[in-house]
Design a protein around this ligand. Sequence first.
Ligand SMILES: C[S@@+](CC[C@H](N)C(=O)[O-])C[C@H]1O[C@@H](n2cnc3c(N)ncnc32)[C@H](O)[C@@H]1O
Length: 249
Amino acid sequence: MFQRTDELGSVNSSPPPLREAVADPVLWDREYRDLLVIPSSDRRSPSKSLLLFDHLIDYKPTWRVLDSGSGPGRNSIYVARKGCTVFALDFSPVALERLRTAIASNASTRSRIHPLAGTLQRHLPFAAGTFDLTIDSYVFCHALTDCTKLHIMNEYHRTLREDGLLFSVVFSLEDEYYARLLSSGFGSGQTVTDPANSISKYLYSEEELLSAFSAKFTIRYFSKFRFYDFALGSPYLRSTYVSLLQARP
Ligand SMILES: C[S@@+](CC[C@H](N)C(=O)[O-])C[C@H]1O[C@@H](n2cnc3c(N)ncnc32)[C@H](O)[C@@H]1O
């Protein structure tokens, strides 16, 4: 187990071993219950990138939306308030419990959000063509093997209707927080493991990300989005790729 540190520069534990597959739900439960290392773990406001692309998505009240790896549901709540029906899928029981608590007191939001326990590493429990929009906000980057990446993209495509939309945000290789960890030895290649919570993620180059989408999706909008944000009490220049994709027939 690696010690939590408040300054990346003061990390002195040895680099952790790489995780082979998508991170363990137990690590995420610990992140949400005790650690809150990832800035969004404790956030109620929707993802900055979802707000950035807001005017590009013509949300309709008839829409069924998959919030894949919803966490405690900041994006689920945002989209439900637009009138959509949201299926919030996550494998962390702690995250889903926080979502249930967050929506308990608001009948209209509660009726539109369906929290669901499940893993992205298996067949998703939805029929083909179920969704109008799938949101993947910082989730796909936790798929570490080519096999898992391909499986997730295929399942997103299968469960979207023809021409349905996939919104995606991942960290780029230039993200200051994760690039510093990588250069301090906490990872290998483009896979970084945060010593503060032992969770691993893959950092994308533009080419690799576009190639991961290319088999099944057409790119509608693609942007590199950078912003300053605090992580463990210090400011970092965060660097992400935000994409809005359309499922090919
Ligand atoms: C960085 S958090 C993002 C949460 C949320 N999408 C947001 O933007 O606030 C990643 C989430 O993906 C979930 N997750 C990671 N791998 C998963 C998998 N294989 N199956 C289901 N959920 C997974 C984690 O439990 C966590 O809640």
